[in-house]
Ligand binder design. Sequence first.
Ligand code: BAL
Ligand code: ZN
Length: 875
Amino acid sequence: HRTIHQKDYSVPDYLIDTVELDFDLAPECTRVLSRLTLHLNHDTGNGQRPLVLNGDDLKLVSLKLDGVELPTEYYQVTDQQLSIPDLPERCTLEIGTEINPAANSALSGLYASGPMLCTQCEAEGFRRITYFLDRPDVMAIYTVTLKADKKSCPVLLANGNRTAQGELPEGRHYATWHDPFKKPSYLFALVAGDLVHKAGTFTTCSGRTVNLEIYVEEKNRDKCDHALLSLKRAMQWDEEEFGREYDLDTYMVVAVDDFNMGAMENKGLNIFNSRYVLASPESATDADYQAIEEVIGHEYFHNWTGNRITCRDWFQLSLKEGLTIYRDQEFSADMQSRPVKRIEDVKLLRSSQFAEDAGPLAHPVRPESYVEINNFYSMTVYHKGGEVIRMLRTLLGKEGFRRGMDLYFERHDGQAVRVDEFVQAMADAGGRDLTQFMRWYDQAGTPVLSISDSYDEAAKTYTLTVSQSCPPTPGQPEKLPFHLPLALGLLERGGREIPLRLSGEGAAGGTSRVLEVTEASQSFSFLDVPSRPVPSLLRNFSAPVKVQYPYSDEDLMLLMAQDSDPFQRWEAGQIQAVKLICGLVADIQAGRPLVVSEPFIAAFGKLLADLDQDSAFLAEALTLPAESYLAEQLEVIDPEAIHQAREFVRSTLGERHWDLFLAAREKCVAREPYHPDDGLSGCRKLKNLSLSYLMATGKQQAIELGMRQFESADNMTDSLGALSPLSNCDCPERSQALAAFYQCWQGDRGVIDKWFTLQATSRLPGTLSEVLALLEHPDFDLRNPNRARSLIGAFSQANQVRFHEKSGAGYSFLADQILKLNSMNPQIAARLLTPFSRWRRFDPSRQELMKQQLQRILAEPGLARDVYELAAKSL
Ligand code: BAL
Ligand code: ZN
């Protein structure tokens, strides 16, 4: 398998001006006729060159140059290419191919999802439809005609505007679509199926009316309201926050059940994994509603950050993904609670991206090389990429950042560019040198800030010394210092925040400050500091780094109670919980008795008693760090001890604060029937968290409480809020509730995914046997990515203690599934491999067992590029 390097980029030899595509659609045999007008790219300065088009799994059936059939000696076809050595400077090519969408289980290119046909072209799926210059810097105008059986496919959609439609002989019909915007092939899309749509309109800031259409299967007609509402909110928000107006007359979203990713931003025709569209109050949780809003927003925001301005090459993926993640995070923060959204985002970053950055698959936000680009739709490119944009926003301030965005759109609209162009626009608009900042794109690894301080009582001066370092990552043994914003404040022991005056400044300004760290070691002195303060460091998580500062328990108590930044109040609690649980892990390993410290129990109780706080925030503050995050803190991961220690704290808190948890539940009991927009999602979160603490005690009274909630719930959040702790409970009620849930929801794919996940994530010892039995369940289908993820992904990625069982049975189970998926759907197979990449973090025996499975996978003949790359790099 060949490695592609960023440094080898060269501009395309040919450019394509227009593409006319004619699809004769049928599930088993679709004929595609592609008519390209193209010309030699004079920018190469190379003169006449062969034309080399990409192709994958195609059958070439005809080839004409300027209207004349091309004899076979004038071209070569291989597995992956169609080359034509001699071409006029300008010409027209007509390429006929045949494909089999029904056999396309990789779900890349044109494929069947149930009875409908749809496409997924990012990153390199278009070449599985026709021969093409399948790279994002080749942008063309597309006109697409779809022909299909009218009865099975009454709806025919493609990008842009419909310009014609009509009847054809033999019960077929056609529709022609024209997209007036130039686009790269990865944004091409078509859909053909028996769909209904929910329609709405949005009037843009310049007064144009845009038709909004959400397409779903008839049975899901009533599950589109939230997606439509979210779309309108996203359109409004992008106008207000970024001055971006939508540019076509129609915006379509189609929900499909079989989809590798979350959704896809194809121009004017988004195709979505149905889990990010469909929702009804009975069947969707508050978290589902929130995720739909976020993903609908994300794909909509791509219209400007991704589609109008796209990537020059796939190394620049974060240009659109990091930026669009940042935009969707901000959108969600504005729609909901900003601090809670920040906490959620940081939790995800620290448990998944930090782990990626610390292992053999670590790569920079702009990778230097890849074997399979699909493997780089990663936490690093997306979420660390989003944090890099957020740092620019912090460094430039609100106005400077907005000016930078405006300048970026003004300069590069209609172009395919690099990350450099984006950062240059920010630098120019902000009047700043961002040369050093660019290291965030090219150096992998999570930087560590070691911070020490000293206080000069006589001079009333407080000095912070910040040293940064970054561990080695594959191919990058040494790192240069990063340029990062360190937001902070200083608190007096009584809780007052000290007005900040840095040495050299005339007067104090504000109680929160962004320091710019650029050197390996740097000191900052604050003047007029009345007493030794407690520093509140990295407020709002102002950079994707780890902070080391020797906080005492009293410091943390103070920050938890008094910090003006809610993120820091949460963070201080988390640091304490991590300390406590990691201490208990050591106790377990040393065979010492377990005790939860009294001050911790008291501080927790104090928080819990303060029910006037925002419930969603309170729920976050009362949630212990996840087992995956705790694992990150340990030298050698001990999954059993982590689980046992964390459960011990949960059951202790449940027992000691029994009445407070009951009171929190009482306060959160709903007076009205459920509505996702009732503003009570935080209450439900707190109520269900309280139930889970009560149930952690194992008391029959708590189990009965859970059963009562399960039986009486009028919404999925409460139903799962009870069923989830029940599924972790070794009690007769467990199987009763799981069976009832299945009976009730058998026909609903999304809910049955949840049912699989509940069982796969149960912490009970028999879980792996249950998972193995569920593989044989009539509703299990390895070909459906959501279903595969709901069982196999959930077990191996969200059930640390059971997946890592000493015997290694979890490992061989996962390898079996990866090998089955390898030929079926390499993208999904590769995604499932992640847990194995962490093998070095475990004890020698587990290391050996995981390594054996990686070796077994690598020995498989015909290993897909996707799986090969991750397995080889992991070893
Ligand atoms: N572009 C792939 C899906 C997404 O990030 O929106
Ligand atoms: Zn995206």
